[in-house]
Design a protein around this ligand. Structure first.
Ligand code: AMP
Length: 276
């Protein structure tokens, strides 16, 4: 595995005929990230992973400074998983002039975008830069961040970006808790309580499956999440996917999503319900 910090060196390392599977991350790797690598390995000659904690997707009062980082551990995990090139740039490299950024027009005012203004502008800005540096054939994103996937797909469509976006399933602990770098901030009891989030989402999915109305399913979901001790609901939403607009009776896919704030970690999780 090669570690590359310079965009031009990365370009030199990849021959134009090679198919490239790209896995962008913010590091502190877990099985969720590694599942994306596995998917990328199946379909491409070469796998490039990036590790970059992108400052522009964090709000002023968010956890940029204390976002978990451990490059040595990440390097070992990436190597073991079969990553060919690890791109590990610093902030000045990624934002040399910071003269231009990507702005999201629709779909950023709901769910995580409503609680984190500007977050998805930062995400699409960095993804756009990374796509231009890596020039991947395919890029792999986890449905753990379902809104992010929808907005990246929209961006790729709008900007005619020559890349295939692959949606990858959420990897969970045995308890159902979605794997996340931020889980490290949960206390032992919070970790047990946080497993309720997925149980409640699964129950909501069953509700939709059995024909319960969206409003009733949402109300019950709020009740269930409200009952989790030592936490507060940030949001609970059921929206059409991937448009992220109001859920309709005719929606083919509905995203049931929640964000719950524990003492030191804000957790997100979701289930996508497909009609029929
Ligand atoms: P992050 O490092 O949190 O920015 O995540 C990098 C990529 O890994 C994103 O595409 C995430 O959606 C994906 N990811 C994070 N957690 C999981 C998970 N539990 N299952 C699947 N993919 C995940």
């Amino acid at each position: 595995m090669r570690i590359v910090t310079d965009p031009l060196a990365l370009r030199d390392a990849i021959s134009p005929e090679t198919t490239v599977g790209f896995v962008p991350t913010m590091g502190y790797l877990h099985e969720g990230h590694l599942s994306l690598v596995e998917a990328a390995k199946q379909e491409n000659d070469l796998v490039v992973m990036s590790i970059f904690v992108n400052p522009t997707q964090f709000g002023p009062n968010e956890d940029l400074d204390r976002y978990p980082r451990d490059f040595d551990r990440d390097e070992a995990l990436a190597r073991e998983a079969g990553v060919d090139i690890l791109f590990y740039p610093d902030t000045t490299t990624m934002y040399p002039l910071d003269m231009a950024r990507v702005t999201v027009r629709t779909g950023a005012d709901v769910l995580c975008g409503a609680s984190r203004p500007g977050h998805f502008d930062g995400v699409l800005t960095v993804v756009s830069k990374l796509f231009n540096i890596v020039r991947p054939t395919r890029a792999y994103f986890g449905l753990k961040d379902a809104q992010q996937v929808a907005l990246i797909e929209g961006y790729v469509h709008d900007y005619f970006v020559p890349v295939e976006i692959r949606r990858c399933p959420i990897i969970r602990e045995a308890s159902g808790l979605a794997k996340s770098s931020r889980n490290v901030y949960l206390s032992e009891s919070e970790r047990i309580e946080a497993a309720e989030i997925n149980k409640a989402l699964t129950e909501a999915e069953t509700g939709l499956q059995t024909g319960v109305a969206v409003t009733a399913v949402k109300a019950r979901l709020i009740e269930r999440l409200d009952a989790i001790p030592n936490s507060t609901i940030d949001y609970v939403e059921i929206v059409d996917y991937p448009t992220l607009t109001e859920a309709h009776d005719t929606s083919q896919e509905l995203l049931i999503a929640a964000a719950v704030q524990f003492e030191r970690a804000r957790l997100i999780d979701n289930v996508i319900w497909k009609r029929g």
